[in-house]
Design a protein around this ligand. Structure first.
Ligand code: B16
Ligand code: MG
Length: 219
């Protein structure tokens, strides 16, 4: 039986990925490490510091900067990102997501948020969907990034629901992996080949239907 559905934020509820991309791209250019959207795929779902490390590695600059400098770079990216997310409104909810959340609530199922983003609260507030969530994990308290299951386990613990009664919804490979390692049922949103580890894959958020998930869950 499904007792909780735990959502990823970026790529599932709204497309903040574009803003993360613009902010990292700007920083990358300042550091002489230009990159494109293809490389950016590897940053999705990955924490802020880990993203910076991947960019530096991509530019062969892993060992060029001190820890202090790296923290300044991450801070700079975050300031640009915070500027960009000021523009978010309820119109930026991905298609069908609000109906899906309403359907979940009507079925007495709890809703949690398992995002790696320290800006998740702000984004959820700006989208006007805070009232749907029974819990939001504070990314600042999570030590291990996806694909580590920590953030999903924490959300389930906060909801007081056993892991086997939880469904996780993710758009990133690292995220689907995290859900599976947490012992939960994984719903992937996106490309079925890229998200092959998921128990059920839908191509876009408007295809998220509680009945389909219930059916697949009990098979
Ligand atoms: P912040 P998710 C992730 O969000 C993003 O996909 C990833 O690109 C970002 O680096 C990470 O959050 C940390 O975000 O810098 O705001 O703390 O997909 O887990 O909702
Ligand atoms: Mg995501």
């Amino acid at each position: 039986e499904i007792k909780a559905i735990i959502f990823d934020l970026d790529g599932v509820i709204t497309d903040t990925a574009e803003y993360h991309y613009l902010a990292w791209k700007q920083l990358g250019e300042e550091l002489g490490i230009p990159f494109d959207r293809t490389f950016n795929e590897q940053l999705k779902g990955v924490s802020r510091m880990e993203s910076l490390e991947r960019i530096l590695a991509y530019g062969n600059k892993s060992n060029v900067y001190t820890m202090e400098e790296k923290e300044q770079f991450a801070e700079k990216k975050n300031e640009m990102y915070k500027q960009l997310i000021q523009k978010i409104t309820p119109k930026d909810l991905l298609p069908g997501i609000e109906n899906f959340m309403r359907e979940i609530k009507e079925n007495g199922i709890k809703i949690g948020l398992a995002s790696a983003s320290k800006n998740a609260f702000t984004v959820i507030e700006r989208l006007g969907v805070g009232h749907y969530f029974d819990t939001i994990v504070d990314a600042a308290t999570v030590k291990n990034s996806k694909p580590d299951p920590e953030v999903f386990l924490k959300a389930a613990d906060q909801l007081n629901v056993p892991y086997e009664n939880c469904v996780g919804v993710e758009d990133a490979q690292a995220g689907v992996e995290a859900i599976k390692r947490a012992g939960m049922f994984a719903v992937g949103v996106g490309n079925a080949e890229q998200l092959a580890r998921a128990d059920l894959v839908v191509s876009c958020t408007s295809d998220l239907k509680l009945d389909d998930i219930k059916r697949a869950f009990s098979e």
